[in-house]
Design a protein around this ligand. Structure first.
Ligand code: HEM
Length: 151
């Protein structure tokens, strides 16, 4: 069971972030203000209601499975978790909520774009950390070969 929970959360979390990021860039470049507002609203609901539980599912089940595992990969995965959680909860979550509130009332001022820029930078940072956890997880599960350098 923890393995299945881990797999679902582990794949859903990076997919959500990649989807939020690409759709944000697309709609900011080519969409109208109402389209931006619509996307901001979707990112909060249902977006965050999928992303946050997915990270919690992957992290919680990972820590549980990690109790019985030793090694560099599991240690590195554990060390990445506080950064993933902090970036998600302290940066991405407040950014998404604020941007949604401002977009809903048509407030597309400098503050909006500064926060939007912060969100667009923080997203890929978490995506890289999550993708590395996926890669190391697949190596640990024997579904991906270790790189020749590390072998
Ligand atoms: C949100 C962060 C994480 C992501 C995205 C993630 C992702 C993954 C993925 C995709 C797999 C392969 C699953 C499979 O195909 O069977 C995996 C395996 C694994 N992960 Fe994570 N993981 C995360 C956090 C953690 C943490 C914090 C730990 C504990 C230190 C951990 C421990 C494990 C273990 C032990 C396996 C191997 C399971 C097996 O042997 O089949 N993961 N992870």
């Amino acid at each position: 069971m923890p393995k299945i929970i881990h797999r679902i959360g582990g794949f859903a979390a990076p997919l959500c972030i990649a989807l939020f990021w690409t759709s944000t860039v697309f709609v900011e470049l080519f969409g109208s203000h109402p389209a931006v507002a619509q996307l901001k609203s979707l990112i909060v609901t249902p977006g965050l209601w999928i992303l946050i539980p997915a990270i919690a599912m992957a992290g919680g089940s990972g820590m549980f499975m990690g109790k019985s595992r030793r090694g560099r990969l599991v240690d590195t995965k554990k060390k990445r978790m506080p950064f993933i959680a902090a970036n998600g909860l302290l940066v991405l979550l407040p950014c998404a909520i604020l941007l949604n509130r401002w977009a809903a009332v048509g407030s597309f001022d400098t503050t909006f774009y500064v926060v939007q820029a912060i969100e667009l930078i923080a997203g890929p940072i978490n995506l890289i950390l999550l993708a590395r956890n996926v890669r190391d997880g697949l190596r640990m599960a024997g579904r991906l070969r270790a790189s020749p350098v590390q072998a």
